[in-house]
Design a protein around this ligand. Sequence first.
Ligand SMILES: [Fe+2]
Length: 375
Amino acid sequence: MRHSILAHIRAVQHLVTPPPSVTKCESLSFALNLQMRETAPMLAPKRLLTALALILIGSTTVQAADEVVVYSSRIDELIKPVFDAYTKKTGVQVKFITDKEAPLMQRIKAEGENATADLLLTVDAGNLWQAEQMGILQPFTSAVIDKNIPLQYRSSAHTWTGLSLRARTIAYSTDRVKPGELTTYEALADKQWEGRLCLRTAKKVYNQSLTATLIETHGAARTEEIVKGWVNNLSTDVFSDDIAVLEAINAGQCDVGIVNTYYYGRLHKQKPDLAVKLFWPNQGDRGVHVNLSGIGLTRHAPHPEAAKALVEWMTTPEAQKIFADVNQEFPANPAVPPSAEVASWGKFVADTLPVEVAGKRQAEAIRLMDRAGWN
Ligand SMILES: [Fe+2]
């Protein structure tokens, strides 16, 4: 039994309430905690011990290896199909809760040794790197993952692996821009694009990661020039999301922008006559900035072996296909082709920098973006 009696008594004393966003797939542990909160104060000591014994018996069920608990910043629709397929194949139940990444990470930290979550599923190497820095992940090795996922899409500390890829690339108006006018991210800082560029807010990790990789490539001074050039070329205030950037290009508010590919896929599905296309920059040098969604094993995972088996399966062609296609992303396993829709955007050379650079230089990137006036 993983948890000591003391730990359970502590759990009774420091009862945890699940956040409002907890789904119906809520882990049994919270049910236990809630049950304890409701009953413990009314029980006499002897009955309390009996109740605790029952809870401990219950907790052996919670700890059984035929389930895995995932905390996910990806919404239900993007993860349920793949977990359902795994349960159907193996009989292993995958329980998950969804929330934004920051509260999920804080919650894993707060739970400490009384962990509920086995895995943290989130997007952007910057976020996964943060989780690693917080000490809430543990290293794990797997020959299957080593074979399926390229090194650049994994943590060098082996605490997380990428599962799907998205390019953060240039989108342009097919009415007002010829693709031949576009070349690189850096060139969007040129005078030619003055008053023609739309960007999402610098508060979003996607832009922080892009800037971090620019710093890695060019150094801080040159990157600051580039970013200042982008800010000078803005046609309007920054947007809160990538879809708004694409809509602004489509509406004629600006001519070019920088977005994640799946947002283009999403909007294009809704509006097939969208007058916007994707362009792959930097094909003559380092390639397109690619980021990922990924998954890490929590430091105190109650079911580490079962969790590792799930992650391994998620890197196989069967799971990669479901997981990538559902959000119009590229499979992280290079042996798996993208969907026909994603493939129709064309092939490109991707940057080969290890994506964890996005995390390592995140703080520097945020400061630089602030100095450059990118809000
Ligand atoms: Fe996103």
